[in-house]
Design a protein around this ligand. Structure first.
Ligand code: COA
Ligand code: AMP
Length: 630
């Protein structure tokens, strides 16, 4: 079947289409009905089924004779370690770790926070939770204590599973003090923690609360897989919204299994037994879906890579890993290729690494700029497929269905909508615009299996953030257009979310941190274009009357505050004290105009601006930060 035929088959009978795909999953009780309409535009998939995620990701492959196949290849240039873990070994480790958690009282529905780096034990911890029906929430290691504390207070975990440290090029990041700090800050206190002690840096454990991973598992019995309903959450993953409170995206078990299984062949074009590599981090949705769950659910071998595209040790690393492990499909963020291109523009370091087995490269997480795509195409000779999705959806909204049909690539477009997604470009009034015209991208409800049915603890916020603006649609927060052939083009966010090196961050959250500085009366954070990271955050602060300390000192304190309270991953390094901010007469800060000025873009002076003279003041302030570039 062609892509058009598959997409039409879904449109003709959406429920029949997904029930058919559901046959690839091993259910305890198979779904009789696909979609459950809960009223008021709330939907759930496979709610009448009983199933276990870990069984589908691990045990069923052992039972089917894949026990000796590598499930995970751990490749860690930062520690000089390589390890293959077979499906049988993974089953053994997961079942025993789950048994230890169960012995400590972890049950179906309990939340468990996981704060760990890119090591196999992180996947073991995630799968062990799923085995028990406990709901995990992985927190990215680049987030500071405060961010971890906010998630602890929202998810109210019974336990936190952590590692003693993460390893960044040139520095070891001690996780335990960050975890201790978070538990101190949080109102909710977990019953206990389990800490995986890495040889690079041991953590101090608190008697009675903290358990050493090895001792914790010793003597534990293997736990069986606990069946859960299809609509039971397998995990919560927090993502940035427009305020400092992150959104807890809920991932439902049944839809997650069905959708991810479908994607491995139809989008990533890999068959069971083949090696798949997503160079991301388990702390992000790409890591959840494509380092851990999807490749394991589909019986592939997944590469768990603890390193960076450059500097670990150099720009040959991607090529080395692809060649050494015979990777068939590779997934990364455009910024990673920009890093490689910057270090090794002619890809001379590819020499000696045979990547002929690789079929295609998939990019996501941020807009893929044409230069990067063309460069990657030229140096690898492989198809480069951009694809567009979000934490909320958990899998591709628009992409190239390479396992169905390799259609022409249009550079600058992540291609076409996947079955399940009726993507529309709408004007402010919610009416579809003509092909080629820009608008807000929305998806007609219901969303397909695997996507978020709600936000954890926040059904009203879910409704307000996604469903209320365009009734009958899910609002993606992205703006763009669609061409005559149905190819989508994603241009920009419509909200205050920015994308820094493929990491989704909230400028609102950074503003809250700056506003907390005792000398700051008012502030604004914008995203400015950056050749390397896509966007960088830039802050402007107005000081409280009477403060006359050196501005540079306050700017440095602001930078440190964001690093300490959000984390190094925010990459907040540009900050400037100004007398006033550009505003409308009604007092709304003109962030987009500020970003236009910083990017050196032509812009129309907003008719409602309070005082046009502010534009020159902004230009002067930006000049001191080196903007606009070039
Ligand atoms: N734990 C602790 N600190 C972390 C961290 C982690 N897991 N991940 C990143 N950090 C820190 C970094 O050390 C860095 O700190 P610094 O300011 O002291 O240098 C800061 O956070 C920013 O990190 P990063 O975004 O990784 O920038 P970088 O300049 O170190 O590296 C790239 C640039 C392009 C190599 C890197 O951003 C990258 O690999 N990006 C790919 C993104 C990706 O995979 N996204 C997932 C979506 S597909
Ligand atoms: P996240 O939830 O962290 O995956 O971030 C999702 C957001 O990243 C989207 O809403 C887009 O703004 C952006 N994004 C992800 N993939 C792409 C892509 N292929 N092209 C353009 N923007 C993208």
């Amino acid at each position: 079947m062609s892509y058009a035929e598959v997409y039409q088959a879904w449109k003709n009978d959406p429920e029949g289409f997904w029930l058919e795909q559901a046959r690839a999953i091993d259910w305890v009780e198979a779904p009789k009905q696909a979609l459950f309409d809960r009223g008021d535009h709330i939907y759930e998939w496979f709610a009448d089924a009983q199933v276990n995620t870990c069984y589908n990701a691990v045990d069923r492959h052992v039972e089917a004779g894949r026990g000796a196949q590598a499930a995970i290849i751990y490749d860690s240039p930062v520690t000089g370690t390589k390890r293959r873990i077979t499906y049988a070994e993974l089953q053994d480790q997961v079942a025993h770790f789950a048994g230890a958690l169960a012995a400590r009282g972890i049950e179906k529905g309990d939340r468990v926070i996981i704060y760990m780096p890119m090591i196999p034990e992180t996947a073991v911890a995630m799968l062990a939770c799923a085995r028990l029906g406990a709901i995990h929430s992985v927190v990215f290691g680049g987030f500071a204590s405060n961010e971890l504390a906010v998630r602890i207070d929202d998810a109210k975990p019974k336990a936190v599973i952590a590692a003693s440290c993460g390893i960044e090029p040139g520095r070891t990041v001690a996780y335990k003090p960050l975890l201790d700090g978070a538990i101190d800050l949080a109102t909710h206190k977990p019953d206990f923690t389990v800490v995986f002690q890495r040889p690079e840096l041991a953590a101090e454990l608190t008697e009675g609360r903290d358990h050493d991973w090895t001792a914790f598992v010793e003597g534990a019995e293997a736990a069986p897989c606990v069946p859960v309903r299809g609509d039971h959450p397998v995990y919560i993953l927090y993502t940035s919204g427009t305020t400092g409170a992150p959104k807890g995206v809920v991932r439902p078990t049944g839809g997650h299994l069905v959708a991810l299984q479908w994607t491995m062949k139809n989008i990533y074009n890999v068959d069971p037994g083949e090696v798949f590599w997503a160079a991301s981090d388990v702390g992000w949705v790409v890591g959840h879906s494509y380092i851990v769950y999807a490749p394991l659910i589909a019986g592939n071998t997944t590469v768990l890579f603890e390193g960076k595209p450059v500097g670990t040790p150099d720009a040959s690393t991607f090529w080395r890993v692809i060649a050494e492990h015979d990777v068939k499909s590779f997934f990364t963020a455009p910024t990673a290729f920009r890093a490689v291109k910057r270090e090794d523009p002619k890809a001379e370091m590819m020499a000696g690494h045979d990547i002929s087995g690789l079929r295609a490269i998939y990019l996501a997480g941020e807009r893929a700029d044409p230069d990067t795509i063309e460069w990657a195409q030229k140096v690898t000779g492989k198809p480069i497929y951009d694809h567009w999705w979000q934490t909320e959806t958990g899998w591709t909204i628009a992409g190239m269905p390479a396992g169905i049909e390799e259609m022409p690539v249009k550079i600058g477009s992540p291609s076409v909508p996947m079955p399940g997604y009726d993507v529309q470009v709408l004007d402010e009034g919610g009416h579809p615009v003509a092909p080629g015209e820009l608008g807000a991208i929305a998806i007609r409800l219901p969303l397909p299996p695997g996507t978020l049915p709600t936000l954890w603890n926040a059904p009203e916020r879910f409704r307000k953030s996604y469903l209320s603006h365009f009734p009958g649609y899910y609002e993606t927060g992205d703006a763009g257009r669609v061409d005559e052939d149905g190819y989508l083009y994603i241009m920009a966010r419509t909200d205050d979310v920015i994308n820094v090196a493929g990491h989704r961050l909230s400028t609102g959250a950074m503003e809250e941190v700056l506003a907390g500085h005792p000398d700051v009366a008012e502030c604004a954070v914008i995203g400015v274009a950056d050749d390397f990271k896509g966007q960088l955050p830039m802050g402007f602060v107005c000081l409280t009357k009477g403060v006359n300390r050196p501005e540079a000192e306050i700017e440095a304190e602001c930078v440190k505050r964001v690093r300490d309270q959000i984390g190094p991953v925010a990459a907040f390094k540009l900050c400037k004290v100004v007398d006033r901010l550009p505003k409308t007469r009604s007092g709304k800060i003109l962030r987009r105009t500020m970003a236009n000025i910083a990017d050196g873009e032509a812009f129309r002076m907003p008719a409602t601006i309070d005082d046009p003279a502010i534009v020159d003041e902004m230009r002067d302030a930006l000049k001191t930060l080196g903007y606009p570039k070039g």
